[in-house]
Design a protein around this ligand. Structure first.
Ligand code: C5J
Length: 224
């Protein structure tokens, strides 16, 4: 047991690092890189790229400390058999899931754009969860993996704050995990959604989690 206090809002939180995992949500080339799917939708991807360096530093600290690190990727089978029609039908036809994009077919497993950005690439042995939905628990074995590692606390990073990070934090909170979100390790194409998303997590005494940042979490990792 290795207990430390992470400075966070609305309160500091005591965690056993041996029961704490870092989850990096959907840091995929198509969402983050210039020339990818996100940019082809007209988004400013530099807003998302801003989360890469804080994530890299936090990952380095977590790996050095021996924490379980898990990565997720949003995407679907090439035949789209796991993609609900209601999801595929949305948006302009040339920008839908499965359509050819600047880095291969959009949100399809195995395509270049579906892969994780080089700076945050998983190390051998780190679980990578391929998720068909926004939440990382939906239709995946994430809960089983966490349970089998006796994990109680999740540090949730990634993109986008108000979509896949938020959904995962809500799912994790309902499953009994303490969820801590380092705000600078998350990002959105919409800065106001990012800010509001973080405020929502920590409102009402931490209605579904805690908000901290990479600096404070890295400090806590080295503290005990
Ligand atoms: C994620 C999305 N990863 N915004 N996906 O947030 O559709």
């Amino acid at each position: 047991m290795t207990v430390t206090i992470i400075d966070a809002e609305p309160t500091g939180i005591s965690v056993d690092l041996d029961r704490t995992a870092v989850i990096i949500i959907d840091m995929q080339r198509d969402f983050l890189e210039p020339g990818g799917f996100g940019e082809s939708l007209g988004n400013d991807v530099s807003l998302l790229m801003a989360a890469v360096e804080p994530c890299r530093l936090l990952l380095r600290g977590a790996r050095a400390r021996g924490l379980l690190v898990i990565h997720t990727r949003e995407g679907h089978r090439p035949d789209l058999s796991d993609a609900p029609r209601a999801k595929v039908e949305r948006g302009a036809p040339n920008l839908r899931i499965g359509a050819p994009g600047p880095m291969g077919r959009i949100l399809i497993r195995g395509e270049a754009g579906h892969d994780i950005v080089p700076a945050l690439y998983p190390l051998p042995g780190e679980p990578v969860i391929d998720k068909p939905g926004k939440g990382a628990f939906y239709a995946t074995d994430l809960h089983a993996i966490l349970h089998n590692h006796a994990i109680e606390n999740l540090i949730v990073c990634g993109v986008t704050t108000e979509v896949c990070v938020h959904t995962t934090v809500r799912e994790g909170n309902d499953r009994g995990y303490r969820c801590i979100v380092p705000g600078d390790c998350c990002a959105s194409y919409f800065p106001e959604f990012h800010e509001t998303g973080l405020r929502m997590i920590k409102a009402q005494g931490g209605i579904f989690g805690w908000v901290s940042d990479s600096t404070r979490i890295i400090a806590a990792l080295g503290q005990q």
